[in-house]
Ligand binder design. Structure first.
Ligand SMILES: Nc1ncnc2c1ncn2[C@@H]1O[C@H](COP(=O)(O)OP(=O)(O)OP(=O)(O)O)[C@@H](O)[C@H]1O
Ligand SMILES: [Mg+2]
Length: 1013
């Protein structure tokens, strides 16, 4: 244009275009931020957002292009080519500087703007190009075509631009949902019943006015859709009009909309047809309407020879119009009852509002139902009308949420907790539920197979879809700036926030109470506590999340730090209660050192409540943070401490592997720091892990090193754990004399350092080991002490342990029923405390005891469950014993083959770990099975049992030895060696008598009698 025209002419044309552009952009709620040469840059969503900003932008662009096309012919001759427009549209976050006071413009920068500019330069004449992101947001409402992909500066992936062809048939979100296919309608029976009841009155000629109020997406459109579809259209006329977000400048828009519909005017009708149809159809309603025809035609913008009466102007015209509208609607009800639906009244224009008032004032005597829907932001003032029924749409409940999820995913079965999670995130808003579901499916987080939905990953950090965020942001954008600021600060504190903390962190520039009051009235927050201090809660989590997300990362970090400080100051007396909260804030702040300290303390607190998962999370956070700190003794100490604490709450195989790695690092650090105390602890924990992994020698070695440091330091508390550990390892190595010695020492130690938990467990174990040696009296003293202590401190793990090992003493002594009682109690406690390891052990012992009381089928169930548990935990601990017990049980059930197989496995396993006690048990059982197999292999059986006896003599386990004698007696009888049999039986009887093993004695004596002696 510049080359062909005078500067003044260019100026004049541009001024005209600019003026028109500003008008068009503003009519869609956007702003023209700047003109650069012949370019216009418009922004939508700034300073306040609308949920449909991208749609508004495209609509405005279409109108701008239309405007330029209209101007073009007038200057085409002069510039020798058509005047054309090129548009690029992109959506996303933009970084704005505050509006400049001098020119009222925003300083904008960033990726989003650059992409928009690049699209514009790529656009052909009269083309509107949008980015893929924008295309997704405007998808159902416009027709678009994909163009060839282009490269963007600074991006590796090419981008596909889309050209906008024009608007599609779909105009509202509801129509888009309808096209996609509605979800099952759920949870609105009551509301529909109210509408039906009103309709009943209407049919009887009693006019009704019904309002349906609900937030965006709550289901206003869906409710009247469902209602309309229940109506018999032959019997009832329906008239429908809708307000538009950008229709505010068109007076009477919703009435025009419904009138067009009512008298069946169509877009494609020619002007002549329009006129003809309008006049005929209006007269058909009632001939008396003829006098109003000029008004209707005027309203419908139909050119005609009916002139508007000259006196009708301004206020007069308005009155006349209101009258005309009310008359045509009420007269329509003469033929049959009518329902008139006016939708989205929150966007209505002033003239329509006046007209509606007039109409509802006249409704009572007609068979007319006026149904108006709107969002709560609209402050309605209908006054009192006896025939008015308001219907407020509330949130759906979990059940309805699940119905919608099922309907969208097509699944009949949902994963545990998904319904609750989506319910919580959506606040029970059906639109949000739908959007979250669609995005879960699109992102592949939920997959459905054979009617069963499942999650592909955990949804703890489920983010809200853009669509939902946009709606909420829009809602919040309408708040005043003080309330917005208060909300931002509160969102960092948390879903629940105390007024005192909020006050402490907000700059005193504004009146906080007023803002909180305003937010309460708007139902954004609710007060959940008055005393001892005011406390508020975000009504929806999603509000908090969206507000929080609007804060830049650095700002969030600052605020979390400030909140941490405020809490420390305000609650200095009761810091204990605030530990998790302080850890939460400091972890998210820049104050890493405080974060580590509080994470460790919060972890300790959780661990003391047996909340191992929570404790683990805290300790892991502390560990990671301490590793990222710049190197310093303090940081290294933290790292060691975190590793130690983490090890103390580790349970699973992965935990153990993690701890081994962490502790090896910690050991190097402790040595480097010359930190004896920490080194002793690390060594102990390494020993303990090697014990769990069953490297007994390595375990003992570590424990011994740890103990030697502790002894050097004269630190009893430090010495106690390795002593205890050594006792356990010796026990496992079947060195029961050493084991009982260490355990009894441990009991004393624990008592002196007043660690009752450990005192109880050590006592229990001491008793258990003594029983192996047949020293039942001392064993019982320890075991009863263990139970007593565990009950005193009410520690479930200690309790489960004490009852379990007490049972084992009865077990060794042949008091099976008593043993079972103790096992039962132990299992009950372990189950409740989710102590899987204990459960595995007790179940296998209990299974064994049931086998012994001749209930092997129940024994088998228990033993198989215990085996499954062992696999689940990934432990081999005591597994050889477990397998032998199972073998013996199957043997009792007649499954000899499997039994002998299991015995072999057990022997191998026992030999791997050099567990002599178990090897002997397995060999004896093996011998018993061998002698029953067909054909029986006496030689092999003989070998096995003698090997068992040899081992048992060696390790001094008298009760088991005596039992092996009995077993051998049976074998000898089979072999016909009665004399030798009697000799062994006699030995056994003597031992049983001495140890007070009544059940075994009884069995042995019966056998003795059978032998005819
Ligand atoms: N009770 C319900 N059960 C199942 N789906 C529902 C229910 N209510 C609404 N929906 C669905 O939720 C979506 C949003 O509902 P609708 O469009 O009626 O909300 P609205 O209140 O009209 O929102 P807006 O104020 O934005 O117009 C629709 O797809 C609709 O089908
Ligand atoms: Mg709607």
């Amino acid at each position: 244009m510049n080359e062909q025209l005078d500067p003044e002419e260019v100026e004049e044309i541009m001024t005209r275009i600019k003026k028109e552009s500003v008008r068009i952009v503003e009519s869609y709620g956007g702003i023209v931020n700047q003109f650069v040469g012949d370019e216009i840059l418009a922004l939508f969503g700034i300073p306040t957002g609308h949920e449909d900003d991208p749609i508004r932008a495209v609509k405005a662009a279409l109108e701008l292009h239309k405007m330029v096309r209209k101007i073009s012919p007038g200057i085409e001759d002069r510039i020798k080519k058509p005047l054309t427009m090129h548009t690029g549209i992109n959506s996303g976050l933009i970084v704005t500087k505050l509006r400049d006071n001098r020119n009222g413009l925003y300083g904008i920068t960033g990726e989003t703007v650059n992409t928009g500019a690049r699209l514009k330069s790529q656009a052909g004449p009269d083309n509107i190009l949008v980015s893929p992101g924008t295309k997704r947001l405007i998808a159902p409402y416009f027709e678009t075509v994909a163009l060839e992909e282009i490269r963007m500066k600074g991006k590796t992936e090419p981008t596909i631009p889309y050209r906008v062809i024009g608007e599609s048939k779909i105009q509202t979100r509801f129509e888009a949902a309808e096209q996609k296919g509605f979800t099952i309608y759920s949870g609105r029976d009551q509301e529909l019943a109210i509408l039906r009841a009103c309709l009943k009155k209407v049919v009887l000629g009693k006019g009704q006015f019904v309002t349906v109020i609900g937030e965006e997406g709550m289901g206003k459109s869906r409710l009247h859709y469902e209602f309309r579809h229940m109506l018999d259209r032959e019997e009832i006329t329906v008239l429908q009009g809708r307000c538009q977000p950008y229709g505010r400048n068109i007076p009477y828009f919703p009435f025009i909309d419904s009138l067009r519909w009512g008298i069946r005017l169509r877009e494609e009708d020619s002007p002549a047809e329009l006129l003809e149809k309008a006049v005929t159809n209006i007269k058909a309603i009632d001939s008396s309407l003829e006098q109003f025809i000029p008004l209707y035609l005027h309203l419908l913008s139909i050119q005609s020879y009916y002139p508007l009466p000259a006196h009708l102007q301004g206020k007069e015209l308005r009155k006349a119009m209101e009258e005309a509208l009310a008359v045509i609607i009420t007269l329509n009800t003469q033929h049959q009852p009518m329902v008139m639906i006016l939708e989205d009244w929150h966007w209505s224009d002033d003239a329509s509002q006046a007209a509606l008032k007039h109409l509802i004032g006249m409704t009572a005597p007609y068979a007319l139902m006026v149904l108006v829907t709107y969002r709560p932001i609209y402050q309605a003032s209908w006054g009192y009308l006896s025939y008015h029924t308001p219907v407020v749409l509330k949130s759906l409940d979990v059940q309805n949420t699940e119905n919608i999820i099922r309907s969208i995913t097509g699944a009949t079965h949902l994963p545990q907790g998904l319904g609750e999670l989506i319910y919580e995130r959506s606040g029970g808003n059906p639109l949000f539920i739908e959007e979250i579901c669609y995005s879960l499916i699109e992102e592949g987080l939920v997959v459905v197979k054979d009617g069963k939905a499942s999650l592909t990953q955990s949804l703890v950090n489920l983010s809200l879809p853009d669509t939902v965020q946009a709606i909420i942001r829009t809602r919040l954008d309408r708040l005043d700036s003080n309330s917005k600021e208060a909300l931002r600060l509160a969102s960092v504190i948390g879903r629940v926030f105390g007024q005192r903390v909020l006050e402490r962190i907000s700059s005193a520039q504004f009146e906080l109470s007023e803002s909180l009051e305003a937010l309460k009235v708007l139902e954004v927050i609710q007060q959940t506590r008055v005393l001892p201090e005011a406390e508020f809660t975000f009504r929806h989590v999603l509000t908090q999340k969206v507000v929080y997300d609007t804060l830049l990362l650095q700002r969030r970090k600052e605020l979390h730090g400030i909140i941490g400080l405020a809490i420390e100051e305000l609650y200095s007396e009761r810091l204990e209660e605030q530990l998790p909260i302080l850890a939460y804030h400091y972890i998210r702040s820049d104050r890493q050192e405080k974060a580590i300290e509080y994470a460790l303390s919060a972890g300790d607190q959780a661990a003391s409540l047996y909340a191992n998962n929570e404790a683990t999370t805290y300790y892991e956070q502390a560990f990671t943070m301490s590793k990222t700190l710049p190197e310093s003794p303090k940081a290294q100490q933290w790292q060691i401490d975190a590793a130690l604490k983490l090890a103390s709450v580790g349970i699973t195989r992965q935990d153990i592997e993690r701890d081994l790695k962490n502790l090896e690092q910690a050991r190097v650090l402790a040595e480097r720091l010359n930190d004896e105390l920490r080194l002793a602890r690390v060594l102990y924990w390494l020993g303990r892990i090697h014990y769990v992994l069953w490297n007994p020698q390595v375990a003992i070695e570590h424990a011994r090193q740890s103990l030697s440091i502790a002894d050097q330091l004269g630190d009893e508390a430090l010495a106690a754990p390795p002593v205890n550990l050594m006792g356990r390892v010796y026990w496992q190595l079947s060195d029961f004399a050493q084991a009982s010695h260490m355990m009894e020492r441990s009991v004393e130690q624990m008592r002196r350092i007043e660690n009752k938990v450990e005192e109880s467990t050590a006592s229990a174990l001491a008793g258990y080991v003594l029983a192996f040696l047949g020293k039942f009296d001392r064993a019982l003293v320890h075991a009863d002490h263990a139970i007593h202590l565990a009950n005193e401190i009410q520690n479930p793990f200690a309790k489960a342990n004490a009852y379990h090992l007490r049972g084992c003493i009865s077990d060794q002594r042949g008091e099976w029923n008593q043993a079972i009682q103790y096992y039962k109690e132990s299992m009950r406690i372990a189950e409740k405390a989710e102590d899987l390891f204990r459960l595995y052990l007790v179940k296998s012992y209990n299974g064994r005891a049931h086998t012994m009381i001749k209930n092997p089928s129940h024994g088998r169930v228990l033993l198989e469950e215990s085996l499954a548990l062992a696999e689940q935990i990934g432990t081999k601990f005591w597994l050889a014993w477990q397998k032998t017990a199972l073998a013996a049980c199957l043997f009792n059930l007649g499954e000899l083959e499997t039994g002998s197989h299991l015995c072999q496995e057990a022997i191998n396993l026992g030999e791997d770990t050099n567990d002599r006690y178990v090897i002997a048990f397995a060999k004896r059982t093996f011998a018993e099975i061998l002698s029953c197999l067909e054909p029986s292999d006496f030689h092999k059986a003989d070998q096995a049992i003698l090997e068992a006896i040899r081992i048992q003599q060696e390790i001094g386990v008298k009760p088991e030895l005596a039992r092996s004698y009995v077993s051998y007696t049976h074998l000898l009888i089979e072999k016909g060696e009665e004399e030798k049999a009697l000799e062994y039986l006699g030995k056994a009887i003597g031992m049983f008598q001495k140890m007070g093993m009544v059940w075994d004695l009884d069995q042995a004596e019966q056998l003795h009698r059978k032998l005819g002696v």
